[in-house]
Design a protein around this ligand. Structure first.
Ligand SMILES: [Zn+2]
Length: 249
């Protein structure tokens, strides 16, 4: 009788142990399935995120390449001649000075607002023909003062040399002191709002190969002008490292 009771208890214990083992096994299996599912889901999400990021990067690089090919970002310097097929239509800004018609409105607006603010900006050089550039180059004492013929932004119709009217009596107003003139200070502070940059900044002569010119403004469009001016870059640096600066919309 007592043996039977013990045997029944033993069977019960064994059954309980088996049940516990099965439950534990089931639980472990279930947990591992959940963990596995979660890991798989995470991996899928990470892969999708990476694919989206790569697509966005790709789109951004394409946008940058596309921007670089636009007329307003054309790089013309000693190493890069103005392309033979670069097409421009010029219109008169004022006083017989001509500029690319796509830039005219921005330049007019900048000059008008500068005057509105109480200053006296004066155009002294805008669009130049190849012949004029050749003449200037031939007659300049220091070749670093003047771009090579075929390599001047003035020939592209995208640049304007602007001085303070009060400097016209200096003989040569194109000197560093121009930066101290009130109209020039205003232009240097506000040019990017109209899509212009100060093309040959101080301390960038090694890159631009042109002396500091606190009078030469080049049109690049508002978006690029804002980035270039706020980062203190010259156009060469910007175009070289555009991925670091340009966030395509
Ligand atoms: Zn100039």
């Amino acid at each position: 009788m007592r043996n039977r009771k013990i045997r029944n208890q033993m069977i019960l214990i064994i059954l309980l142990v088996i049940a516990a083992v099965m439950a534990a096994f089931f639980l472990v299996h279930r947990i591992s399935a959940i963990v596995q599912q979660k890991a798989q889901k995470d991996a899928e999400e990470a892969a999708q995120k990476q694919a989206e990021e790569e697509a966005a990067d790709q789109a951004r690089l394409e946008k940058i390449e596309n921007e670089k090919n636009q007329w307003y970002l054309i790089l013309v310097n000693n190493q890069n001649a103005m392309p033979d097929d670069f097409e421009i239509e010029t219109v008169e800004v004022e006083d017989g000075y001509y500029i690319d018609e796509r830039v005219n409105e921005a330049l007019q607006e900048m000059l008008a607002d500068c005057r509105e603010a109480g200053y006296s900006p004066r155009l002294i050089s805008t669009f130049r023909t190849r012949e004029t550039q050749q003449y200037l180059y031939d007659h300049t004492a220091n070749k670093a003062d003047t771009a090579l013929p075929g390599h001047s932004e003035h020939e592209c119709g995208l640049a304007a040399d602007i001085v303070d009217a009060d400097s016209l009596g200096w003989g040569d107003p194109l000197i560093d002191k121009q930066e101290e003139m009130p109209a020039q200070k205003w232009l240097m502070e506000h040019c990017q709002d109209y899509g212009f940059i100060l093309r040959y900044p101080k301390d960038k002569e090694d890159i631009t190969e042109i002396i500091y010119e606190p009078w030469h403004y080049r049109y690049v469009g508002k978006e690029h002008a804002a980035i270039i001016m706020s980062n203190g870059l010259c156009l060469e640096e910007y175009l070289e490292n555009m991925e670091d600066y340009y966030q395509a919309q």
